[in-house]
Design a protein around this ligand. Structure first.
Ligand code: NDP
Length: 240
């Protein structure tokens, strides 16, 4: 029987590419989203992948959302914690709400979703959880104390949960993208982006499908010996 995956934030950007890569690998995918109905509807019509709306920053909504996916598609074998937001500003300008939104969604979402699927994965002795981190969680970034802290937290979360799942066939890994050509990066001012691209050794932004292939590999049977690690896909930027 086909495996079932939930991809949070799976209807656009990197998440859309992940949903498609998993579908190509024969997985039945449920793509979660936050509220962009137009995009979710177009995505489902185009791909045939079911989309489900809930806020990953809301614990109860995650438990209900997972129950609904399980009722529709069967037990969840694969979770990709991809949903994420930015609320940038230096600490002088960052409000508590900007801090809290990013921590609640980017890091809290990983806990909320993993809590809902991890027990079943352990019981069935097979599971894959991939958490999308960021090069900015590894290196820090001016104007992103909230985002860098949340993404850095994801890397610690990954290593801790990996230890809890290892003996039960549940692998937990992170994938840290560099700068990828999506709406999130389109929001970066052009002059700032130019400086960022100049620092990427391959000389360009990454494409969403280049991240998605890495995720699909980490979710495959072939990746059963890989756990608690971070795959850094950033055009060589980690060397600087
Ligand atoms: P986008 O802004 O293009 O898409 C974000 C997706 O997340 C959307 O599907 C959105 O849903 C969903 N989402 C946002 N908030 C929530 C929420 N509270 N609950 C459920 N879903 C939510 O982002 P990217 O594709 O660029 O980024 C995807 C991931 O990759 C993020 O975690 C990001 O931090 C990370 N990343 C991105 C990089 C980049 O360069 N783009 C670099 C490094 C990491 P909706 O459509 O309804 O708004």
């Amino acid at each position: 029987m086909a495996k079932v995956a939930i991809v949070t934030g799976g209807t656009r950007g990197i998440g859309e590419a992940i949903s498609l890569a998993l579908k190509d690998a024969g997985v039945t995918v449920a793509a979660n989203y936050a509220g962009n109905e137009e995009k979710a509807k177009a995505f489902t019509e185009k791909t045939g992948i079911a989309s489900y709306k809930w806020d990953v920053g809301d614990y109860d909504a995650c438990q209900e959302g997972v129950k609904q996916v399980q009722a529709d598609l069967g037990h969840v074998d694969i979770l990709v914690n991809n949903a994420g937001i930015t609320r940038d500003g230096t600490i002088l300008k960052m409000t508590y709400e900007m801090w809290d939104d990013v921590m609640r969604i980017n890091l809290g979402g990983c806990f909320n979703m993993s809590k809902a699927v991890f027990p079943g994965m352990r019981e069935r002795k097979w599971g894959r959880i991939v958490n999308i981190g960021s090069i900015n969680g590894q290196a820090g970034q001016y104007g992103q104390v909230n985002y860098a802290a949340a993404k850095s937290g994801i890397h610690g979360f990954t290593k801790a949960l990996a230890q809890e799942g290892a003996r039960a066939g549940v692998t937990v890994n992170a994938l840290a993208p560099g700068y990828i050509d999506t709406d999130m990066v389109a929001a970066v001012p052009a002059d700032v982006l130019e400086k960022i691209v100049a620092k990427i050794p391959v000389g360009r932004l990454g494409q969403a499908h280049e991240i998605a292939r890495g995720v699909a590999f980490l979710c495959s049977d072939d990746a059963g010996f890989i756990t608690g690690t971070t795959l850094s896909l950033n055009g060589g930027q980690h060397m600087y």
